[in-house]
Design a protein around this ligand. Sequence first.
Ligand code: NAP
Length: 496
Amino acid sequence: MTDPRIPDNTTGQLHRVVIVGSGFGGLCMGARLKQAGIDDFVILEKDAELGGTWRVNDYPGAACDVPSHLYSFSFAQSARWTRKFPSRDELWAYTRDVAARCGLIPHIRLASAFKGADYDEAGGFWRIHTSQGEITSTFLVLSTGALGRPLIPEIPGLARFQGTIFHSSRWDHSFDPRGKRVAVIGTGASAIQIVPEIAPAVAQLDLYQRTPPWVLPRPDRAITPIEQFLLARVKPLQWLYRFKTYLQYESRALAFAYWPQLGAPARAQALAHLRKQVADPVLRAKLTPSYALGCKRVLLMNDYYPALTRPNVHLVTEGIREITPEGIVTNTGETRAVDAIVLGTGFDVEHCLGPVAVRGRGGRSLVDSAGDGGLEAYKGSAIAGFPNCFMITGPNTGLGHNSMIYMIESGVAYVLDAIRQQQRDGWRSAEIKADVQSAYNADLQQRLKRSVWATGCKSWYLDHNGKNTTLWPGFTFVYRWITRRFDAANYIIERS
Ligand code: NAP
């Protein structure tokens, strides 16, 4: 549709939907729009290739700890997964395959960085600023994810380091670790996948641990060609297998979100895993967490502890005082010289939108709307003051126990229904009522109080005030239920 009211536009077109991000969330939104017969949409991707976090995170050993058959779209299942837990390469190949199969390639604008957006109140549309110019759209869907901005720690002297230094999610492939002295800072999901991969190649690996993670065995295995054949030929098998895996993972919500004491058997299993793999009692003591299992993300790894028992690997728990041009000085004053530092220090989840300004009604920015209370949304998607703007996997939609793809599909269904209703009912804009959003979040925070994430540890799930702005507080099927339909009655509906 060409709209004469819109003066400045790369194509002269008012799009129906602009989606920001071509990861799982953005691709799912695009695929569902296509399936609904809505063809006028653009997917913005800042980089030269499509794919989200599984393209960006290409560090050695990168893999997903949710099974392949569950960590994939319900509408684009694959019988070709080669392992129970997918590697990063397999996941990225899957996203490219989905983009091609669902006809999304012509919609994706590569190397088009999202620079911000302004809601035009008079026109009732979004002006979206990209590195390639401005485009306009009735709906703006933000699908940029929470784990996109590396958290660079404020360690004194970091900038003075003369060797190679990079973040786990920005792996420097020109760096050859063979025979080098390498420090890895952090022991989260990323770092513990990197350590076993590089330990055999490096001369020395210093792993700086601030808090030990809980680690469970990863029941990984190859999916045999016969299984792949059967899954491809007998479709109900695929669904059954996926459903069984879903139920198995979903049952964990009981311990995470409702009764943390149910985590006792998993805790015993994790301690047995540690005892079995680490014989040295001193090292074992350093690796034993002192907080409730599940409070931070539980990690599944079979070769992490064995890597730490190698003679060339040192677990450093004294803390970091500073970084010098040659290496790292611990809090005990010991200097440990290294050639490279890998920052496995996680992501700036609290400021995941970064400096990008999304300005809604009255020119108010999303960042300002968050204030010190942290970003809140209604159903993890809509925010008061931002008409026709939706987030995919926005605040409090993250999971510690199941597949994020399930949450993405739920959120997308909600946004798609909003877009359909707008078409059917002819309204101009929908904006969530502020009191509805507040009541929704008050209830959500109340429910989070009983969860394992509120048992006192520090994690990226919590913001600087200790408020959980990231996780969904319960069963995923409840989120699916509340997002099954767009509830226009809870929105201020503007008709033109
Ligand atoms: P993370 O879980 O936030 O871990 C960051 C690590 O760096 C923690 O061990 C933290 O210690 C440490 N750290 C941070 N600042 C530090 C400092 N100044 N000095 C010393 N240590 C410091 O980050 P991540 O490992 O990148 O993982 C983030 C999330 O990505 C995961 O929780 C998960 O959701 C996702 N992920 C998933 C997979 C998967 O298999 N599906 C794989 C990788 C990542 P403290 O614990 O003491 O804060």
